[in-house]
Write a new protein. Structure first.
Ligand SMILES: [Zn+2]
Length: 391
């Protein structure tokens, strides 16, 4: 079912599609972050129950943006898509923009069909699809919308575009590279076999593949009659973009800053050599933008972007310190991952946990706090005192 729900800022209207996905709790262990609760303005549980209606457009751009919760078949439960009408005019002639349409599943299509009908938005009037990053839960339906719209441009960063080709282009080279990486970092053969199946399972959920147009950091996109600045915010994804609207001080944050959960920071072969270092830098940078409301890719919109960015940075500093302490004996990333996140992870969670462990180990190495040893094709890390490690 879908329903309109109010946000605490007068006039800001959200559109919620209740998720038919499993109501299970968050991903296990530190994956879900849990380092402090963000000052989310309204608990998400209340969203579904609220019935107060406000007409769109009453409070400028913020009042006309519609959030659609698209169900996901994993513990994140939903991804936030944002609809931004091109003008306040109602009716069938209204153009609109779409940010991060969601994963291609039958459940997601059913939600979209219902939402478009209820809002009287015509696919042929879709002006553009903007992607904060290329991960399947955001990118998956871009091609479906492009086809339905008759060719609306799909905007993605140049780095994201390259990753799309490596992930889902001919030969899907990134899957093999990821499996080799995990093997070097100590993942056993049974888990590797599960991982191969898991990585291949996403192909159907991102089809059809869209024709992509590059959106570069520093460029502006016109949405809702206003300019949105694309800001490079790498770390969660190579080439991740946040979109900033300065007059209304709105930030489409993608998965760069999330409330209540910490974005996954993964080392991916062939991307950023130190994703956690990039992430912590871009987290500090985003906190400088004056923002009254951050619109994240998961969970609920929230007001305090700098406060949440600082909490997430602290979470990673604490995790780095704990992992460094565990490396008194040399450990592979797979061993450290098991010690930190536990043995019982699903293959989906294991992929994130192991990639995130590797990202932290690489950061420790860059800080001179850990040293990599490679023997018989297996990589292990051990702690070293400041200044002792390789630079
Ligand atoms: Zn996401």
């Amino acid at each position: 079912m879908t329903e309109r729900v109010p946000y605490d800022r007068p006039g800001a209207l959200l559109f919620a599609a209740t998720s038919p996905a499993s109501p299970s709790s968050l991903a296990p262990g530190g994956l879900s972050g849990g380092s402090g609760q963000s000052p989310s303005a309204r608990p998400e549980e209340e969203n579904a129950a609220s019935a107060r209606l406000l007409p769109p457009g009453e409070a400028g751009l913020a009042g006309s943006i519609v959030r659609v919760r698209i169900p996901l078949p994993f513990p994140l439960r939903w991804v936030n898509s944002y609809l931004i009408p091109d003008s306040s005019e109602a009716g069938a002639d209204r153009g609109w923009s779409l940010v991060d349409p969601g994963l291609h599943t039958p459940e997601a299509i059913a939600v979209w069909e219902r939402v478009l009908a209820e809002l009287d938005l015509k696919p042929a009037k879709l002006s553009r699809i903007v992607l904060t990053h290329h991960h399947p839960d955001h990118y998956g339906l871009a091609g479906w919308f492009q086809q339905r719209s008759g060719g609306a441009p799909v905007l993605l960063s140049p780095e994201g575009r390259r990753q799309v080709e490596r992930l889902w282009g001919p030969g899907t080279p990134l899957a093999g590279e990821t499996l080799r990486l995990f093997e070097q970092h100590g993942l056993g053969s049974a888990r590797l076999a599960d991982m191969r199946t898991h990585l291949e399972s996403f192909l159907l959920q991102v089809n059809p593949q869209p024709e992509l147009t590059e959106l570069r950091a520093g460029e502006c996109v016109r949405m809702g009659g206003a300019d949105w600045l694309a800001i490079h915010t790498p770390g969660h994804a190579f080439g991740h973009l946040c979109l900033y609207q300065p007059e209304e001080r709105l930030m489409l944050a993608g998965d760069h800053v999330l409330p209540r959960i910490t974005p996954n920071i993964s080392f991916i072969p062939g991307e950023d050599g130190d994703p956690l270092g990039s992430y912590l830098r871009s987290l500090a940078e985003i906190a400088h933008y004056p923002v009254q409301l951050a619109l994240p890719g998961h969970r609920d919109p929230f007001p305090d972007l700098p406060g949440r960015a600082a909490e997430i940075a602290r979470h990673h500093e604490e995790r780095l310190a704990k992992m460094a302490a565990a490396l008194a004996v040399p450990l592979s990333a797979a061993e450290l991952c098991e010690a930190y996140f536990g043995k019982e992870l699903t293959v989906h969670s294991l992929r994130f946990a192991l990639s995130e462990t590797i990202a932290h180990l690489i950061r420790l190495e860059a800080l001179g706090l850990a040293e990599r040893e490679e023997r018989d094709g297996l990589i292990r890390y051990r702690a070293c005192r400041v200044g002792e490690g390789r630079k």
